[in-house]
Write a protein that binds this ligand. Structure first.
Ligand SMILES: Cc1ncc(COP(=O)(O)O)c(C=O)c1O
Length: 463
């Protein structure tokens, strides 16, 4: 028998179609679709801009920032938001954030440059991070950026740069903040800043009080990410108040700003969570209620104002405003008989899929209500390229569209070119206008920085 005529044996499998479990109201979850973004049909966007495609909703982003500001500004007098650039530094996202009144929060020379190029004044930048380069620090010093110190070695280095770069007119010392880390629960982020419990934070405050160039004026903490226990923020705020009191008493320095970092949870569901993020995610009001009244207990002298209060919230502001549109490439059965769909984007476009059980919905109704738990496989030719397991989906055909929802934080900034290039990003504005805000990458763009040395110029013998 020839190899062609021999057919591969496929083990028959009996599959129970899972129409979904009854919820507590005795109803089936049913088929959910996402057909449009702010009124613009997703089918049209895919036809116009291709697939895969990142989508950005301008209204959702603006609404989130406005909700944030209302929650905090109604509870504390001088609240400032510093947009955490690394969460998503698409120019359109940063620009919307700045139009909504946010400063920039950057953690590298590259991000500092980006903020300056987007027109953010140096004095409206918060500069965090464990590795800041000299060129950006010089510009930050002269421009009045809020520089937050991460480790002891930064103190003499910054002092030397201040002597060299000179301070803005009228300033005798550069006001800086200390990043503080503290033990709040088992998940202690201890690799950034000065530890509170060990006394490192106090040591650094004393060291700054002896500095001729620097002055301690701010306290910063970023206690983690996706922190859905608001009590941790309450306790962190309390510890910053205690530290500010200690600093005043033992060094004479007055804290003029504090920064509670980012870290608020989103409504996305973590893989290991029992309940949906829709249920467990605290409201912005809950966070504000935990933090603001505690910070307001700082004892003040007459005529003194409460310190400015900064936040560097990332994921909680941007997650819901972006989605990833994908097309089905093929359908297959895995060895255990379960269904899998291969789609035209991989984990290189969706790094946070390692954390989140993303909500993934079909765009069009395939004409059936029968859902089956489906594994979504990416297009990377790698066994580990799994976007999600157990997505309840109807039967879909090649070319059908799917949306991975609420992916605005970290996915785009951490995306890589790998096997396939990165897709375009389209912004839908409040009037339903469509704008290409990042072009899809081309093969020429991939190779733009490659160089072939002389001895590799020759294409060499072939065959
Ligand atoms: C210093 C700092 N600020 C802000 C953020 C933003 O955090 P999130 O996206 O959890 O709000 C991060 C992220 O880890 C960070 O390291």
């Amino acid at each position: 028998m020839s190899a062609e005529s021999r057919r591969i044996y496929e083990k028959p499998v009996l599959l129970r179609h899972q129409a979904g479990l009854l919820n507590k109201f005795g109803k089936l979850p049913g088929l959910r679709l996402m057909e449009d973004l702010d009124g613009v049909p997703l089918k049209e966007l895919a036809a116009q801009f291709g697939s895969p495609l990142y989508l950005l909703s301008e209204s959702t982003l603006r609404r989130k920032v406005q909700q944030f500001r209302r929650a905090f500004e109604s509870r504390y007098p001088r609240v400032r938001l510093g947009w955490s650039y690394k969460t998503n530094y698409l120019s359109a996202v940063c620009r919307i954030m700045h139009q909504e009144g946010s400063w920039a929060e950057v953690v590298s020379g590259h991000e500092f440059r980006l903020a300056r190029d987007l027109g953010v004044p140096a004095a409206r930048i918060i500069y965090n991070g464990p590795h800041k380069d000299d060129a950006s620090l010089r510009e930050a010093i002269r421009g009045g950026t809020r520089i937050h110190l991460d480790h002891l070695e930064e103190i003499p280095r910054l002092e030397a740069l201040v002597r060299e770069a000179g301070l803005p007119e009228g300033q005798s010392r550069l006001p800086v903040a200390l990043r503080i880390n503290m033990q709040l629960d088992a998940n202690h982020w201890d690799r950034f800043g000065f530890n509170l419990e060990s006394g490192r934070a106090h040591e650094a405050a004393r060291r700054l009080s002896e500095s001729a160039e620097l002055e301690l004026a701010g306290l910063h903490t970023h206690i983690g990410t996706y922190v859905d226990n608001v009590d941790n923020y309450r306790r962190a705020a309390g510890r910053l108040v205690e530290l500010a009191v200690w600093v005043r008493r033992f060094t004479g320095a007055r804290i003029r700003w504090w920064d509670m970092g980012g870290g608020f949870a989103t409504r996305n569901t973590l893989h290991w969570a029992y309940q949906s993020g829709e249920v467990t995610c605290p409201s912005l009001q809950k966070y504000a209620e935990a933090i603001c009244p505690v910070l307001a207990t700082l004892p003040l002298e007459s005529g003194e104002e409460l310190p400015e209060l900064f936040f560097e919230t990332g994921r909680a502001l941007v997650d819901e405003s972006m989605h990833l549109l994908l097309s089905v490439v093929s359908e297959r059965r895995l060895n255990d008989g379960s269904r899998a769909l291969v789609v035209d984007g991989g984990v290189n476009l969706l790094s946070s899929t390692a954390w989140y059980r993303y909500d993934i919905l079909p765009v069009q109704n395939p004409g059936t209500q029968i859902l089956e738990d489906t594994t979504l496989l990416g297009n990377l030719c790698m066994q580990i390229d799994v976007l999600r397991k157990g997505v309840p989906l109807p039967s879909l055909r090649p070319g059908d569209l799917l949306v991975v929802r609420h992916i605005g934080a970290y996915n785009l900034s951490q995306s890589t070119q790998f096997i396939h290039s990165r897709p375009a990003v389209v912004l839908v504005d409040a009037q339903g206008g469509r704008h290409l805000v990042r072009e899809a990458e081309t093969p020429a763009y991939w190779r733009e920085l490659d160089r072939l040395p002389d001895h590799l110029q020759d294409t060499g013998p072939r065959g």
